[in-house]
Design a protein around this ligand. Structure first.
Ligand code: URA
Length: 435
């Protein structure tokens, strides 16, 4: 079976057999199939799509291209959450320790920010000493001790995805539902989990621009996970506006700590509770959503979730004492409030503009090897539905460079829509997709 025959078959719109898909992915991982043939295959898949059965096979082949994390020594149910990414999305930092408080193990292998969306690893690395590069053995030990761990992808986890993602990035083949499904799910399923909750975001600050695309991606990922015997649920959530009041690495850790102390903004708390409740239900640790939410709220109110977070930070080499001082440790040299030019109600906050402003300030990266500035970003973002008076700050910009501040100011200037009269707040969670 020559690679070009398999490419031709997909080019002509036919479904590939399991053997053909496995042979292609295996050949590509070991270097027998060159980049140019994989690129042609990715384009054929982009144009012709894949059936649910083909998508499940390519995901499984990519998952098996490297190591599988052995979590069998962890006796609790193991459930993770994955977000397709957004602006101000710091849910993982709160959710992992919170869900761990309820007797669920949360093995979380996270990514870095790329483009306008932030990454959990960059946020965690703004905590002095915190190590995201644990070995698999250390990862499992941290979960055994405190119930959760947040680390980065090891080189040996789904290496086929690592190679293929880089290739897709430069061949116009990223926005393909079967390829995105295989990419995300191969990494998540290699974590050794029993169940997975997906936060599929749609809107101006998300990868999926329409709710229809988000729904199609969510269904595809839920189907694959279910096919592989995992408990699955996906929530379709709003990313037309940023989540919470802060975006930027250390600023988001500060907001996460506030939320873990039960003083978080309502939208962030709601999305965290909705996703966490689904995890408890999949782990069979709650009778129903109401019971799940009651347990979760109790652990936020008692400070237990914050204690678990501090313990995880300590176990991963971080200075838990620094969590209360991050605003001093990572203080941007320029902190400028941006005043409202009119009075009224906030009708919209453009997540894309906020995300772009953060990248310009240096909080994000446009290339995988860019360095991020932990201190910069935005805080005090006003939210949809809030009343504002003329001159009141809509946001505070944190910058370390005058020119970047100026550029960010221009972007943020157009980010807020202020209207006279009442504004109806759009939903935070649009839909839940189960198997
Ligand atoms: N995130 C991933 O990990 N892979 C994709 O293909 C898209 C988003």
């Amino acid at each position: 079976m020559l690679p070009q025959w398999i490419i031709e078959k997909k080019r002509d719109g036919q479904a590939l057999s399991e053997e053909e898909i496995r042979c292609f992915i295996e050949g590509y991982t070991v270097g027998r199939i060159p980049d140019y043939q994989m690129a042609a295959m990715a384009m054929a898949i982009y144009c012709r799509g894949m059936t649910a059965a083909e998508t499940a096979v390519i995901t499984d082949a990519m998952m098996r291209s490297g190591d599988l994390v052995d979590t069998s020594s962890i006796k609790r149910p193991k459930v993770d959450k994955h977000s397709t990414g957004g602006i101000g999305d710091k849910v993982s930092l709160i959710l992992a320790p919170l869900v761990a408080c309820c007797g669920v193990a949360v093995p979380m292998i996270s990514g870095r920010g790329l483009g306008i969306t932030g990454g959990t690893l960059d946020k965690m690395e703004s905590i002095p000493g915190y190590r995201t590069d644990l070995s698999v053995k250390e990862f499992v030990r941290v979960i055994q001790r405190c119930g959760c761990s947040i680390i980065g992808q090891t080189g040996r986890l789904a290496p086929a995805d690592k190679k293929l993602y880089a290739l897709r990035d430069v061949t116009g083949t990223v926005p393909s539902i079967p390829l995105i499904t295989a990419s995300i799910m191969s990494k998540k399923l290699a974590e050794g989990i029993d169940a997975l909750v997906l936060d599929v975001k749609w809107g101006k600050g998300a990868f999926m621009r329409t709710i229809e695309d988000a729904r199609a991606l969510a269904r595809s990922m839920v189907n694959v996970g279910t096919h592989m015997g995992k408990g699955m649920a996906a929530l379709i959530t709003d990313m037309n506006r940023p989540l919470g009041r802060c975006a930027g690495n250390a600023l988001e850790v500060i907001e996460s700590v506030q939320t873990l102390k039960n003083e978080g903004p309502a939208d962030l708390v709601e999305v965290t509770l909705a996703l966490s409740a689904r995890m408890l239900l999949l782990a069979k640790k709650a009778k129903n959503e109401k019971d799940a939410r009651a347990q979760l709220k109790k652990h936020l109110a008692s400070g237990k979730a914050y204690e678990v977070f501090q313990e995880m930070v300590r176990l991963q080499g971080g200075d838990a004492g620094s969590l209360e001082k991050l605003h001093q440790i990572h203080a941007a040299s320029l902190q400028e409030p941006m005043p409202a030019t009119a009075a009224g109600t906030i009708a919209a906050v453009d997540a894309e503009r906020v995300g772009k402003a953060c990248v310009i300030l240096g909080a994000g990266r446009t290339k995988t090897d860019d360095k991020v500035d932990f201190a910069v970003g935005v805080s005090g973002l006003m939210q949809v539905g809030e009343k504002v008076t003329k001159g009141q700050p809509l946001v505070v910009i944190h910058a370390n460079d005058e020119n970047r501040l100026e550029e960010a100011r221009k972007l943020l200037d157009g980010a807020f829509t202020i209207r006279k009269g009442a504004v109806k707040e759009p939903p935070l969670v649009y839909e839940t997709i189960l198997k």
